[in-house]
Design a protein around this ligand. Structure first.
Ligand SMILES: Nc1nc2c(ncn2[C@@H]2O[C@H](COP(=O)(O)OP(=O)(O)O)[C@@H](O)[C@H]2O)c(=O)[nH]1
Ligand SMILES: [Mg+2]
Length: 250
């Protein structure tokens, strides 16, 4: 099987995956793709199945019953990638905000140096040039807030463009991650850093999506705030506030 498996979670991305997947498979790397589709009403799941047939052995599709969240989509992808024997596992958005052109540098950094490589908007050479002011403030604010309260060292703590070495995913307690949505990214980075794994960043220019719509909602933002408070409590007091009144699982 492929050395690197790229997980692409999708919800209504039919305009993007027929271009994205061939572009990924044309990279000069030993790479396969896992699409995790949440029964997209626009038929993305069927399109992904057709691509899996077109590229036998290189594209797998996980179909879930409904929109169950970005975090659990990553988890479903991780499980399959580990089963398929990948040495490293990447995550990226379907909408070209995370451009495939950055993958070779990220894989190189993963092979040579880091347990986790982040495709980062907030290191020199990276950026978000076409973000409107509102999104710029939101993204910067979320990052600074999470980094400060959780002591995260990475400059881009909320990026979904990542490359994990296999042993990181094997070592972390993936099944006990509480966040199911976007805040999964913050929780995962927190666990990676706490476990003492090395984290590196490769600059990327993040382009706003041209096709389809963003799925981030006010509810996801509120949940991310809660996640940061919950994890900072855990950092200070050694246990999660969710387990104040009930016994923590062992
Ligand atoms: N399977 C799955 N994919 C999701 C879900 N929510 C978002 N996505 C996908 O996750 C990626 C990031 O979402 P996007 O809407 O681009 O978020 P943004 O970049 O923060 O605006 C895209 O590929 C989405 O299709 C979900 O609940 N389930
Ligand atoms: Mg996006």
């Amino acid at each position: 099987m492929a050395d690197t498996l790229v997980i692409v979670p999708t919800y209504n991305e039919r305009e993007n995956i027929p271009r994205l997947i061939p572009m990924l498979l044309e990279l000069p790397l030993d790479l396969g793709v896992i699409v995790v589709d949440d029964n997209s009403p626009d038929g993305t799941g069927e399109l992904a199945d057709a691509l899996a047939e077109e590229y036998p052995g290189r594209v797998s599709v996980v179909h879930r019953a409904g929109k169950l969240g970005l975090g659990t989509a990553y988890l479903a992808g991780f499980r399959l990638a580990l089963e398929q024997g990948a040495a490293r596992v990447m995550t990226m958005d379907a909408d070209f905000s995370h451009h495939p052109r950055y993958i070779p540098a990220m894989v190189r950094a993963s092979v040579e140096r880091y347990d986790l490589v982040i495709g980062s908007r907030y290191v020199p050479g990276g950026g978000t040039p076409d973000f409107p002011l509102r999104r710029r403030v939101l993204s910067r604010g979320a990052n600074t807030f999470a980094r400060f309260l959780l002591g995260l060292k990475a400059r881009d703590a909320t990026a979904g463009f990542r490359c994990y070495r296999r042993h990181v995913l094997e070592a972390l307690p993936l099944d006990s991650i509480f966040s199911s949505g976007y805040s999964f990214l913050i929780e995962m980075l927190f666990l990676v850093q706490q476990a003492g794994f090395s984290v590196g960043e490769v600059p990327i220019v993040f382009e706003d999506r041209k096709r389809g719509r963003s799925k981030i909602s006010q509810q996801e933002i509120t949940k991310a705030l809660y996640t940061v408070f919950r994890l900072s409590w855990r950092r200070m007091f050694g246990r999660d506030p969710r387990f104040l009144t009930k016994k923590a699982p062992t």
